[in-house]
Design a protein around this ligand. Structure first.
Ligand SMILES: Cc1ncc(COP(=O)(O)O)c(C=O)c1O
Length: 742
C-alpha cells in the first residue's frame, strides 16, 4: 500500500512516497540496529539528499532546511531519540489509514451510546480505582522512590496513532493512580491537601460534562450567577454587611464582592494588583479634569514619579507565603520591595517593628502598596494580631490585605473565631477553597470589603467582557476559567455554617490532642504550639534529652538533632504508612537558631486521635529499629505508670531560679515532660477547678500559645445571629431576586 502524504510539520511542501515497508530504511551499509544514538548520521545522509525544493530557498535558509530534512529523515526512520520505539511499534502492529483514524477520533468526541460495553468497562475501571484510592490505608506505596516514577515517564515522542482507550486507562491506573499520594488518607498529616466530601466526584462529572467557561456568560449563562452567589455568601461570613448591601451587590455587574481564582497564589497576586492600582490610581483636578491616568495606564515608574515616591513596597511578617514574592515580582515592584518584619515568640508579626518601618517608609518616600496580615502562616499556623494591624493600616491609610488562605475558615467556629478578630476590617482577604473549605484543587478566592475596589483592574474587549456585561473575565487575571465554583456552592449549601464549624472545631481538637501527647512524651519537643491546627515538634535523641531540659544545647547539638529529624521524616515517608512534613524555622526559644522541625497540619476531617497515635507509634517503631540513629532508648511516649519520682532537671533548675528570685512559680512555658502530670496531681482542688477538673484542659493550656492565654480580650466574638437560620430578607436567593441592577 502506497500513500502520498504531505508532512504538515515541514512547511516546505516536501512530499514523500511511503509504504509500510519504506517507512524504515536502514542507512546504506548498515543493519537495522545500528545508530540508536544517531552517530552514523553523516554516513548515510549523503545518499539520502533530496532534490532541491521546487520553490526558491535563500542561501541563508539552506542550512536550516537541510538540518530540518536530516531531523525529519531520522525521525521517519526511527533514529531520532525516543521516536524509534513508537514508530516501529506502529509499523509492525497496526497500520491505520487516515479514514480509520478519523473514524476513531470522531468516535471519541461522540457521546457513548447507552449500554456501550467498551464505555461501561472503562467507567467500572475508573470507579473501582477511585474507590480503592480513596479508601487506601497507607498514604503512599511503600518504597517507591520518585526516581522510579520519573523513569516511567521518559518518552518525549508523542505517539503517531491514537492509543486504545481501555489500554490507556489501565496504564494510567498502574503508572499514576496506584502510586499516587493518597491525600485523603487520615494518617497523612503533613500538608494542606486532604479528603473531600463524597459528592465531589459526581459534581466533577457534571462540571466536566458542562465544560463551562466563566470568562463570559455566553459560555457560562448559569454558573456565572451561581459563582457570584457563593462568593456573596462567603463575603457575608467575613464582613457581615447589611442585607441591603448584599441585595445590591450579589448580582451587580458593576461591582465585585470577590474574585474566584485558581488558588491562594493567584488570589494574593490579584489582591496586590488591586492594591497597587488603588494606591496609585488616576487623579482629577478640582474641575474633574483628569490630570493623571493612574498606574494601570502609565505603569509603575511614571505613577511613582507623579505621586512623588521613589519606590513602592509591601510590608508583612517574615512568614509571608512565597506567593507574595511572586506578586511583588509580577507587579513590577521587585522582590526587594517585600519588606519582611520579624516575628515575636508566637510567630506573630512584631507590631512595633512594623509601625517603625511604616514611619521610615514615609520618610524614605516609599509608597506602601499593602500591609499584609497572615491568618494561618504556612509553616507555623500562626495568626497575626489582625485587629492591631487593621488599626495601623487605617492610621496610615494603607490597603490592608489578610492572607487567610489556610486559617480563614476559623471564622466559622464560635469557639475559635476570636483568634482572627480584625479580619473583618481588611480591605481584601484571600481564602483558599482547596484547603479548609474542602473543595477540589483549583479553588482560591479574594474578597473585597468595598465591592467597587477592584474596578481599578477592570479590562474589557469588544467581543466579550464588555463593560456592562456580567462577564467575570473583566476582573480576573485568568481569562478562560472552569466552573469550579460549582464545588464551592455545593459545599456551602451541603455543609452550611454549622457543618463548617464542626469540621474546624474537630481539626483543632485533634491538633490539641497531638500537642498534648507530644508535651507528655519524654523525647519529643513541642516546637510550635498550635494556634489552630498546625503544630511543629521534633524528636530528641536519648543523649540530648537532659541538655534540652537543662537548656544547654550547643549549635552542634542542634545540627545533630536536625539530622536525626531529617532522617526520621525521610524514613517515615519512605515506609508509606503515615506522613508528617518537615521545615526549618528560626526558633525563638533557641535565640532564633534555625532548627529542623516536623510539621503537622490537621486539615483532614477524617483524622482522629487514633490516627495521631498511629503516626507517633510509626515514628517510635522507626526509631526503635535503629533506622535513625543508635542513640535512642524506647521511652518514646510518656505513660503515667512509668512516671519518674524526680521532676526533670529543667524543672528543678527553673524551680531553683524561681525561688532564688523570690518568685512563687516556675516558668511553665519552657518545660515539657511528665513533670506537669505531677504538678497536676499535687494541684489543690480549687485550682484544678479552674481547668474544670480536667487534666487534658490543663495540658491544653500548657500547649496554647501565650498570646491567647495572656490576651485579656480573647472572648469569642459572638455573631449577632450566631448560627440562626437566615431570615427571608437575608436569604441569598431572595437577595438575588431583588438585586438592584444598574
Ligand atoms: C498562607 C498561604 N498563602 C497562600 C498560599 C498559596 O496557595 P496556593 O498553593 O493555593 O496557590 C498558601 C499555600 O500553602 C498559604 O499557606
Amino acid at each position: 500500500m502506497v500513500q502520498e502524504q504531505s508532512d504538515s510539520r515541514s512547511g516546505y511542501g516536501i512530499t514523500t512516497a511511503r509504504s509500510q515497508d519504506d517507512l524504515y530504511v536502514p542507512p546504506p551499509g548498515e543493519t537495522q540496529d545500528k545508530s540508536e544514538n544517531g552517530s552514523d548520521t553523516d554516513e548515510y545522509l549523503p545518499s539520502m539528499k533530496l532534490d532541491a525544493p521546487f520553490f526558491k530557498v535563500e542561501d541563508s535558509e539552506w542550512d536550516q532546511l537541510m538540518s530540518y530534512r536530516t531531523d525529519y529523515q531520522n525521525y521517519r526512520r526511527g533514529f531520532a531519540q525516543g521516536a524509534r520505539g513508537e514508530i516501529t511499534e506502529c509499523m509492525t502492529n497496526h497500520y491505520l489509514s487516515n479514514a480509520d483514524i478519523e473514524r476513531r477520533v470522531i468516535k471519541l468526541f461522540s457521546p457513548a451510546a447507552v449500554g456501550d460495553e467498551d464505555n461501561k468497562k472503562i467507567e467500572d475501571l475508573v470507579d473501582e480505582a477511585s474507590r480503592e484510592f480513596i479508601e487506601a490505608k497507607n498514604f503512599s506505596t511503600p518504597h517507591v522512590p520518585e526516581l522510579e516514577i520519573a523513569a516511567r515517564f521518559q518518552k518525549s515522542q508523542m505517539p503517531t496513532d491514537p492509543a486504545d482507550v481501555e489500554g490507556y486507562f489501565h496504564d494510567l491506573i498502574r503508572n499514576v493512580v496506584e502510586d499516587g499520594i493518597h491525600t485523603s488518607c487520615p494518617q497523612m498529616i503533613g500538608h494542606m491537601t486532604s479528603a473531600l466530601p463524597n459528592y465531589c466526584p459526581m459534581l466533577s462529572k457534571l462540571m466536566v460534562s458542562m465544560n463551562q467557561n466563566v470568562v463570559k456568560t455566553e459560555t457560562a449563562k448559569t454558573v456565572t450567577f451561581l459563582e457570584r452567589e457563593a462568593l456573596a455568601q462567603l463575603h457575608k461570613c467575613l464582613y457581615e454587611d447589611s442585607p441591603a448591601f448584599y441585595a445590591k451587590h450579589v448580582q451587580n455587574p458593576g461591582s465585585m464582592l470577590g474574585l474566584f481564582t485558581n488558588g491562594g497564589t493567584m488570589a494574593n497576586v490579584s489582591a496586590m494588583w488591586v492594591a497597587r492600582n488603588h494606591s496609585l490610581g488616576p487623579v482629577d483636578d478640582a474641575d474633574g479634569k483628569r490630570i493623571f491616568d493612574g498606574v494601570e495606564k502609565t505603569g509603575l515608574p511614571k505613577a511613582l514619579r507623579h505621586y512623588g515616591y521613589d519606590d513602592a513596597i509591601v510590608i508583612g511578617s517574615a512568614l509571608m507565603h512565597y506567593s507574595m514574592n511572586k506578586a511583588a515580582d509580577v507587579l513590577g515592584c521587585g522582590l526587594q520591595a517585600l519588606v519582611k518584619i520579624p516575628c515575636d515568640k508566637n510567630y506573630r508579626v512584631d507590631m512595633e517593628a512594623m509601625e517603625a518601618r511604616i514611619i521610615q517608609a514615609k520618610a524614605n518616600k516609599e509608597c506602601i502598596i499593602g500591609l499584609i496580615g497572615i491568618c494561618g502562616t504556612t509553616e507555623t499556623g500562626a495568626i497575626d494580631p489582625l485587629d492591631d494591624m487593621a488599626a495601623l493600616a487605617a492610621k496610615y491609610d494603607i490597603h490592608f490585605h489578610v492572607d487567610a488562605a489556610w486559617g480563614g475558615p476559623c471564622i466559622f467556629s464560635n469557639t475559635h473565631r476570636f483568634k482572627c478578630k480584625g479580619i473583618e476590617l481588611a480591605d481584601s482577604v484571600t481564602l483558599d477553597g482547596h484547603k479548609q473549605l474542602w473543595l477540589p484543587m483549583g479553588a482560591g478566592m479574594v474578597f473585597f470589603k468595598d465591592p467597587y475596589r477592584c474596578l481599578c483592574v477592570r479590562k474589557t474587549a469588544n467581543y466579550i467582557i464588555r463593560k456592562e456585561s456580567y462577564d467575570l473575565g473583566k476582573f480576573t487575571i485568568d481569562g478562560s476559567r472552569g466552573g469550579n465554583a460549582l464545588f464551592l456552592h455545593a459545599n456551602l449549601q451541603l455543609l452550611g455554617l454549622r457543618g463548617y464549624e464542626v469540621l474546624i472545631d474537630r481539626t483543632v481538637r485533634v491538633a490539641q490532642y497531638m500537642a498534648r501527647r507530644v508535651l507528655r512524651s519524654r523525647n519529643f519537643e513541642l516546637v510550635v504550639k498550635p494556634m489552630m491546627n498546625i503544630l511543629l515538634y521534633r524528636w530528641i535523641p536519648a543523649s540530648m534529652r537532659d541538655k534540652v531540659w537543662a537548656g544547654e544545647l550547643t549549635l552542634d547539638d542542634q545540627k545533630y538533632i536536625d539530622e536525626c529529624n531529617r532522617r526520621l521524616q525521610d524514613r517515615q515517608k519512605g515506609e508509606g504508612r503515615t506522613f508528617v512534613s518537615r521545615t526549618t524555622i528560626n526558633a525563638p526559644q533557641y535565640d532564633q537558631t534555625p532548627i529542623v522541625a516536623l510539621r503537622v497540619v490537621i486539615g483532614n476531617p477524617l483524622t482522629t486521635e487514633k490516627n495521631i497515635d498511629n503516626v507517633l507509634d510509626d515514628q517510635a517503631d522507626i526509631i526503635d529499629a535503629g533506622e535513625v540513629t543508635k542513640d535512642f532508648n524506647n521511652e518514646h511516649l510518656f505513660h503515667t505508670e512509668h512516671c519518674a519520682d524526680e521532676p526533670p532537671k529543667m524543672a528543678n533548675a527553673l524551680r531553683q531560679v524561681s525561688s532564688s528570685n523570690g518568685l512563687s512559680s516556675i516558668d511553665e512555658t519552657e518545660t515539657f515532660n511528665n513533670y506537669w502530670e505531677k504538678v497536676w496531681e499535687q494541684m489543690p482542688r480549687k485550682n484544678r477547678f479552674l481547668f474544670n477538673d480536667d487534666m487534658d484542659l490543663f495540658f491544653d493550656t500548657l500547649s496554647t500559645p501565650d498570646c491567647f492565654l495572656m490576651d485579656q480580650d480573647t472572648k469569642p466574638l459572638v455573631r449577632k445571629e450566631s448560627h440562626a437560620p437566615l431570615s427571608e430578607s437575608e436569604s441569598p436567593r431572595s437577595a438575588s431576586a431583588k438585586a438592584q441592577l444598574p
